[in-house]
Design a protein around this ligand. Structure first.
Ligand SMILES: NC(=O)c1ccc[n+]([C@@H]2O[C@H](COP(=O)([O-])OP(=O)(O)OC[C@H]3O[C@@H](n4cnc5c(N)ncnc54)[C@H](O)[C@@H]3O)[C@@H](O)[C@H]2O)c1
Length: 446
């Protein structure tokens, strides 16, 4: 007897299923706020004042979050130009909030007054909580932490907003690694609700509890995560993007891949997201991973289409072109024949014959890879609960909320279905990263 044809992966959830998914995410968010890593009876400290180092894209958004929650922030930014730009951006954002009737002029003024620039680290005074948001460079960050260690009062928390660096290495630059934690805000930091709270090997329960309760006070959804490359969200993004990048070399185009994932329910496809964030961000990560592979005596990963785009100065929306082209003053991604040509040339250079790629294959590969990595992260204990993984991707990466998050969705279609799908894809593609992870296999039998 023939087994019934599998359901299409993008079958729209029924209203009842959507309600159940929303309830799951709500419950998961509440549970995530209670980290199992905080020992019984340990409570966080109240945060009355904060210090921020770096007033770039993230620093200013984080400062606005503090100011909105009534917490005064002292900011050390060593570039006058960055400070002026940041101040104008904060002012602009507050006046837009007034214009939309979200806050009144007096509240906007009070928030603006809560953010003040200081001349040097010694002016931080007795701040309770510091957030470092300088360039993503380990030596710049460790220097900042060594300096903070000298001026911060005993008991203050020192947090880093790094998106990929080793929080343990940053903590080691201080004599108080127990007070160091990662607070990974998402951009724009005053809007996005997700906050990955990165727990280092030495982070104390008190430090973690303070960071988690501060996150709630800032109106965020804090999720505790362990240290690894990319933490929970970005590590899953690498696995998902790896498939999208490969599909681009095998014959698909950005608009087909993005369109397919949007029809599944993502707000934006991975290439439109990359254009928004800036292709240089991904390139810096790939360069670091290549250098690390070389240092281990391994061959560096093969180039991807994004590398070729970066070489041509196509860094995304900010340069008017990336995976798509953009008309001046318009953020709508427009398919670009030049990108198709660049992809064709890169496929040829790598000896990959381009073929017609079906939408179903795009969904199957990108989503199975995402679920596979999420389950592995859970198995390694980097994430505490299945729901935490779902919250991270639903709140931070645009995974369709009506589907409840990657692991919840995988449970609905059946974890054993995902395992079979990965087995099939591994033999079809020869890509070892598609082999079912130990974490997924463990989850599937539980
Ligand atoms: N941009 C994002 O989408 C995003 C998202 C999450 C996390 N992050 C992380 O946040 C951090 C900041 O990123 P960003 O996008 O705001 O960068 P950015 O380049 O916009 O801002 C960094 C700011 O730090 C200042 N700075 C550098 N060294 C300094 C020092 N020693 N003392 C004082 N100020 C200094 C710079 O002048 C600049 O204004 C990075 O670690 C990044 O990985 C960024």
């Amino acid at each position: 007897m023939n087994s019934p044809a599998p359901e299409p992966l993008d079958r729209k959830p029924t209203p009842e299923e959507q309600q159940a998914a929303a309830a799951h995410l709500q419950r998961a968010q509440e549970e995530a706020a209670h980290s199992r890593r905080i020992p019984e009876g340990v409570a966080g400290a109240e945060v009355e004042s904060a210090g921020i180092v770096g007033f770039g894209t993230m620093g200013r958004g984080i400062a606005m979050s503090f100011a909105s929650a009534g917490i005064p922030v002292a900011v050390f930014e060593d570039s006058d130009e960055a400070w002026i730009r940041g101040e104008a951006a904060v002012g602009g954002s507050l006046s837009r909030a007034v214009g939309r009737g979200k806050i009144d002029a007096a509240e906007a003024e009070a928030r603006m007054r809560r953010i003040r620039r200081i001349e040097g680290f010694e002016d931080f005074g007795g701040a309770d909580f510091f957030v470092e948001a300088v360039f993503e460079d380990l030596s710049v960050k460790t220097e900042v932490f060594a300096r903070l260690d000298k001026v911060a009062r005993p008991g203050a928390v020192l947090a880093t907003n790094t998106s990929s660096l080793d929080v343990n290495a940053i903590a080691a630059a201080t004599d108080r690694p127990e007070a160091v934690v990662g607070t990974h805000f998402f951009s724009p930091a005053h809007v996005m609700r997700l906050l990955e709270v990165v727990v280092g090997d030495a982070t104390s329960g008190e430090t973690l509890a303070t960071a988690m309760s501060l996150g709630l006070r800032l109106g965020k959804a804090p999720v505790p995560v362990g240290v690894c490359d990319g933490f929970v969200g970005n590590r899953m993004l690498f696995a998902y993007r790896r498939q999208a990048d490969q599909l681009l070399l095998e014959g698909a185009l950005p608009e087909q891949i993005d369109g397919t994932l949007q029809r599944f329910g993502f707000r934006m496809g991975p290439f439109a997201v990359a254009d928004l964030a800036g292709l240089d961000i991904g390139q810096a990560v790939r360069q670091r991973l290549a250098a690390e592979a070389t240092a281990r005596g391994e061959p560096p990963p093969k180039p991807v289409v994004a590398d070729r785009l970066c070489e041509r100065g196509r860094l995304g929306q900010k340069t008017g072109a990336g995976f798509y082209r953009y008309e001046p003053g318009n953020r709508t991604p427009l398919p670009d024949p030049e990108v198709a040509e660049i992809a064709r040339r890169e496929s040829a250079a790598q000896g990959i014959g381009r073929r017609e790629v079906e939408d179903r294959e795009i969904l199957e590969r990108c989503l199975s890879a995402l679920v596979n990595e999420g389950a592995e992260i859970l198995g390694e204990g980097i994430a505490e609960r299945e729901g935490d993984v779902d919250v991270v991707w639903a709140l931070g990466y645009g995974f369709p909320r009506e589907r409840g998050g990657p692991l919840y969705w995988a449970r609905q279609i059946g974890l054993s279905e995902v395992v079979s799908s990965l087995d099939r894809l591994t033999s079809a593609t020869g890509d070892p990263s598609l082999e079912p992870s130990r974490g997924l296999l463990e989850l599937a039998v539980r």
